[in-house]
Design a protein around this ligand. Structure first.
Ligand code: RP5
Length: 175
């Protein structure tokens, strides 16, 4: 397994750590190496820019950028690298994360950022995994297994529905 970090998880503040941990754990489950750091687009803009500029040559292939409030971090990183940047909006204030979601999603043409839902750190990790799996057959297999396990979990949860109201299993049959 490649021990070199392939995913850079960067957050705007230490207060975003829960989200970073979620993304890190999801990547770890798929045996994807990741590194975690903090740099703010507003408070330490030079660090954010340098991290983005150095990321590709350091072997990073996808950046996950986590930020709340006026979440400029994913966009600033995307402006300084051609690596794919996935932004995770955090609910960090009175607007419940809508502020961060719109800041991340409403990028101007030419500077793309993929936005997850508010608090979507796990999905950010899974999207990063899909991107990396384009050129990594063994990761693709692990990803397919994880998707299968997720599907099985949903199917198994049907048994919790009372027999009287449950739809029959043949409602899901495919010709
Ligand atoms: C953003 O402001 C950070 O990403 C964080 O979500 C939010 C609040 O930061 P702190 O005031 O907790 O450092 O830049």
């Amino acid at each position: 397994m490649d021990r070199h970090p392939q995913v850079g998880i960067i957050m705007g503040s230490q207060s975003d750590m829960d989200m970073a941990t979620k993304a890190f754990e999801a990547l770890k489950d798929l045996e994807i190496e990741a590194e975690v750091t903090i740099a703010s687009a507003h408070r330490t803009p030079e660090d954010a820019i340098s991290y983005a500029e150095n990321a590709r040559s350091r072997g990073i292939t996808v950046i996950i950028a986590i930020a709340g409030l006026s979440a400029a971090l994913p966009g600033v990183l995307a402006a300084h690298t051609t690596l794919p940047v996935i932004g995770v909006p955090v609910n960090a204030g009175t607007l419940g994360g809508m502020d961060a979601l719109l800041s991340i999603a409403q990028m101007p043409p030419g500077v793309p950022v993929a936005a997850t839902g508010i608090g979507g750190a796990r999905n950010a990790a899974l999207l990063a995994a899909r991107i990396i799996a384009l050129h990594d057959r063994s990761l693709h297999e692990r990803l397919c297994e994880a998707v299968f396990r997720g599907n099985q979990k949903v199917k198994a949860s049907r048994t919790a529905i009372s027999e009287k109201s449950a739809a029959p299993e043949d409602a899901f049959s495919r010709e």
